[in-house]
Design a protein around this ligand. Sequence first.
Ligand SMILES: C[S@@+](CC[C@H](N)C(=O)[O-])C[C@H]1O[C@@H](n2cnc3c(N)ncnc32)[C@H](O)[C@@H]1O
Length: 217
Amino acid sequence: MNNKLQLGKGRIVGKYSEKGKENGKWFGEFEDSEENYSKFLTECKRVLKKSTGHIYIMFDSYSLLSLGGVVRKYFEVKNLITWDKVNIGMGHYFRRRHEYVIFATNGNTRKIKNRKFPDVWRFKRIHNSDYPTQKPVEVFQAMIYASSENGFTVCDPFLGSASSAIAAIKNNCNFIGCDISDKSIEVSTTRIAEYIKSGNDLLQKNSMAVEENIFWE
Ligand SMILES: C[S@@+](CC[C@H](N)C(=O)[O-])C[C@H]1O[C@@H](n2cnc3c(N)ncnc32)[C@H](O)[C@@H]1O
């Protein structure tokens, strides 16, 4: 996304001046060319269970337009979900308030948990996080609650601050996560260990849900 947004002062994460600095709010970006993305999806397809696997892929508006269609070559796209972050963010024209999530299966027809979930999700964004682009646990809880059963394995290859791991634990799932950033692994290891030990989430104290929770009990 940042490649497409080199106008103006704002970038999505951090300041230009912080790039490359040890404690700067930057992380390595996944190159969003079609070739790179196809390699990534090939690997996702290889590891995702054929009989039961569900995949959720997050996009901003830019990457959805350029890469969203590529997903169809690998998976059966069932929904385009809008995550409404409730509060507006940055933007030089209309200010961004949402991200997209493609939900797809790996050639199977396994359904989600029930049919009452809408394709617009309202969870507030996280402000001033320790790790850039930390997403609310609830976004991942919605995915995992809808798609998993006890003992399923969840994999997040772009772990970041481990919000997905906390959601997996809450849903009694096994979890595999990885990230190219050392800082992510450090933050995630500490967060997961503390959550398992005490039930205390070090990085998100309050729920980001804004209305009655329809996703999980
Ligand atoms: C948008 S952030 C993920 C945020 C995460 N969902 C959270 O809630 O904290 C994307 C992550 O992808 C990682 N990343 C970028 N390129 C990567 C790569 N090639 N392999 C693995 N991780 C990568 C970055 O270090 C960053 O932590």
